[in-house]
Design a protein around this ligand. Structure first.
Ligand code: MN
Length: 766
């Protein structure tokens, strides 16, 4: 440690000599502070960095007129004293403007001070470019670079923060136009970042300084109000504190109790958001009790002992106790907060902290070093912190990161950042899809998702997400995981959850299939345990395992139809069987009614058409169906459903085709084939769902689709077959295919849909 040069106040010194003495004195102050810290004493490299920077900036002055080197020294002092960082950061701070403002390069720094310091200085040089520039997107761009460099070394951010703090403290000597810009940038980018890093004292100072330059009158007025109410406040505080102090002394607690007035900026913020005058800011100040724990490991218990002393004296607000001792905030904050009714009848917040908690609250991680024993290695400590901070950035609180909304992030090649509708930022691996995101948020969202809205536009679940996308997952309770989803989930978490769900789903379907199988066995009077029966069926479908057979049966991928029954012909004496096998029931009758073009409808229809041999055209024909068969065909021209006014047309094959009375084709049939028309009636117990199309029109808005699908699937428990929604100039038009039982279903559905504010009309198509 070199001697502090004495600054003689004699007349014999030149301006330069006097300035030099001032510079040396300031540097000594830095060294003294460093030597008092808990870091390893690497004075030599700090001294060299100082000499080098001093020489490099020689002859240059700041706007204020003082030698330039005073700025790097001041930044280094902030880094050391206020952040508690070590020699690497101190050197980087001393050298932070060398590459940018002088002839020296990053290589020079590396040769003289090594890779690490050169890398940090280089990072600092990178972010400084454009900060004072005039590019429109400078803020977003800078912030992005800031975070980018952060992934290399957190010290880049910390030194930058110190640089910014010193620039803010000396902002008065800048041109007013620059003052405004720098203040805005500080409030927008640096203060929130300081908050996230747990640098509370620095965050508050940055906010207050920005506020002072952005709104000088408001700032002055609040400062004046704080000052003039101080005496009154102290009086109230004395009354409040007296009984607590007495009791704590009695218990032998070592403590300090003080009031802490909110920062000017947060008072102003409260006045703005609540629209209230200064006098009505009720939580203008908080009372802080900082105690020295008798035993380090008991500090939590001691917090609660003090808590109960306070709440024995004053009534606590039931909803305003915050225990950040048991559950520290993400940025490391720990304290026990309680709000009590003071003797003056006002709610007063009391913050209870141990000495250590208080230091962490004020100085962030700087305090962590203080409590380390022995020489601290800055590098490894910072690695731990870097990890912590990355975690914070990956799980941010929504409010703190609101300001990121306007920024499209593209930080790391392997990760993307995606926003929830509430503005929370989530980190996903690159190439993640909307479906991955659904599973990432919650497994239930994954199981039931039907589509996504990416940046408010409807997108398929397979859509690959981009950094900065805002993603909303649309769900339906009736949705189940689909095997094809395996093609577009990329994250391990989603894959595992999906596979587990599919397995479960598969077991459910197979159980249904087994039921179908058993029913078939029973109906055909086959022997349940006859393995040859099972083998025959397996062979018939070319399936290996019975589990697979049951699954496909449950899925309706295969049907135990006539062809299967034929396998067991002769074994059965069932009347029902013979009825099913009757000649006109044969194979696929009615499939090719040319004039009706029914083939499409029939193809997807697993039910078998059965008709009586001869239809009595004078009687009313009852339209019937069971789970496996029906005795009519639905005309595809008008798609009638139960509840509609219908008539029957008997074709050459003696099959009954059902039309709506109002159907134009039915009208034509009436005129040409009057003798083939019969009156028909719907059976009251139809085991049947019918596809219908519903048209919806309304006003587009966030979540409309979600609400529509909610009504259909959840309220009405209907299956959605298709849904297309097109939005144009704030309006939307939707076409919806659903399965219904009868016309009443449609009526109810439309009534429900029209209850939504956005929906202006909903009706059956045709
Ligand atoms: Mn600087």
């Amino acid at each position: 440690m070199s001697d502090t040069p004495i600054l003689p106040d004699s007349e014999g010194l030149t301006v330069e000599q006097r300035e030099d003495a001032m510079i040396e004195q300031e540097f000594q102050a830095l060294l003294n502070e460093y030597l008092h810290s808990n870091h390893r004493k690497k004075v030599e490299i700090i001294e060299r960095a100082f000499r080098f920077a001093k020489e490099a900036h020689h002859g240059i002055r700041r706007r204020s007129g003082e030698p330039y080197i005073m700025h790097p020294i001041a930044v280094a002092r902030i880094v050391c004293e206020e952040m508690g960082l070590g020699s690497t950061s101190i050197c980087s701070a001393l050298l932070h403007d060398v590459v940018e403002d002088t002839e020296y390069t990053v290589e020079d720094i590396e040769n003289l001070f090594g890779k690490k310091i050169a890398m940090i200085v280089s990072g600092l040089t990178k972010i400084s470019g454009g900060i004072f520039g005039d590019q429109a997107s400078a803020q977003a761009e800078n912030f992005r670079k800031l975070l980018l460099t952060m992934s290399e070394d957190i010290r880049v951010i910390l030194v930058k923060m110190a640089d910014r703090l010193h620039n803010m403290r000396t902002l008065g000597s800048m041109l007013p136009s620059k003052q405004y810009k720098i203040a805005g940038e500080t409030l927008y980018i640096y203060a929130p970042l300081a908050h996230r890093l747990g640098l509370f004292a620095i965050k508050t100072e940055l906010e207050d300084l920005s506020f002072k330059y952005e709104h000088p009158e408001a700032y002055a007025e609040i400062q004046h109000n704080i000052a003039s109410s101080e005496e009154m406040r102290q009086k109230v505080f004395q009354d409040f504190a007296a009984p607590i102090t007495a009791k704590l002394h009695e218990m032998g607690v070592q403590f300090e109790m003080k009031t802490r007035v909110k920062s000017a900026y947060s008072i102003w913020n409260k006045m703005q958001t609540k629209n209230i005058p200064f006098d009505e800011v009720y939580d203008l100040y908080a009372v802080r009790i900082i105690f020295d724990p008798q035993h380090e490991e008991n500090e939590k218990t001691e917090c609660f002992n003090i808590y109960s002393v306070i709440t024995d004296i004053y009534r606590p607000h039931p909803e305003r106790t915050r225990d950040w001792v048991s559950h520290p905030k993400a940025n490391g904050y720990r304290a026990l907060h309680v709000t009590v009714m003071g003797p003056d009848g006002n709610w007063t917040e009391v913050q209870i902290r141990s000495r250590k908690m208080d230091e962490i609250a004020e100085r962030g991680f700087a305090a962590h070093w203080k409590y380390k024993v022995g020489g601290v290695d800055e590098g490894s400590e910072l690695d731990i912190w870097l990890r912590t901070i990355k975690e914070i950035l990956e799980n941010p609180e929504p409010n703190a990161l609101d300001f990121l909304d306007t920024i499209k992030l593209n930080l790391f090649a392997s990760e993307i950042f995606v926003f929830t509708p509430k503005g929370e930022l989530k980190t996903l691996p690159k190439d993640a899809t909307a479906l991955d995101f659904a599973f990432f948020l919650h497994s239930d969202l994954g199981y039931h998702c039907i589509a996504a809205k990416v940046n408010h536009r409807l997108a398929p679940l397979s859509q690959k997400l981009q950094s900065g996308d805002q993603v909303e997952i649309l769900t339906s309770k009736s949705q189940t995981p689909k095997p094809e989803w395996e093609n577009f989930v990329t994250t391990a978490k989603a894959k595992t959850q999906l596979q587990a769900a599919l397995k479960k789903e598969r077991r459910g379907v197979a159980a249904q299939g087994e039921e179908i199988y058993n029913k078939f066995i029973a109906e055909n009077q086959l022997i349940t345990n006859d393995l040859s029966v099972l083998d025959k069926i397996l062979n018939f479908f070319d399936i290996d395992k019975k589990e697979e057979l049951f699954y496909q049966l449950g899925k309706n991928e295969i049907v135990l139809d006539d062809n299967v029954k034929k396998l067991f012909k002769g074994k059965s004496h069932n009347v029902f069987m013979r009825y099913l096998l009757n000649p006109f029931g044969g194979s696929k009758s009615g499939n090719k009614s040319s004039d009706e073009n029914n083939s499409k409808n029939k193809k997807s229809d697993k039910k078998k058409l059965v008709s009586p041999k001869k239809i009595d055209k004078k009687a009313t024909y009852l339209l019937q169906s069971t789970e496996t068969e029906r005795n009519y065909i639905i005309a595809t021209c008008c798609n009638p459903i139960p509840g509609d006014d219908v008539l029957g047309y008997v074709n050459e094959k003696e099959e009954v085709i059902v039309h709506k009375q109002s159907c134009p084709i039915a009208m034509k049939l009436k005129s040409s084939f009057g003798s083939r028309l019969i009156s028909v009636e719907w059976d009251k117990h139809l085991h049947e769902s019918f596809p219908v199309e519903i048209e919806i029109d309304g006003i587009d808005g966030a979540g409309v689709l979600n609400r529509i699908t909610h009504i259909i699937s959840d309220n009405m428990a209907m299956n959605i077959r298709s849904l297309t929604i097109t939005a144009n100039k704030g309006l939307f038009h939707g076409e919806l295919g659903v399965m219904v039982h009868d016309a009443r279903d449609i009526e109810q559905l439309c009534t429900q849909l029209k209850k939504l504010d956005e929906v202006k009309s909903a009706a059956r198509k045709n």
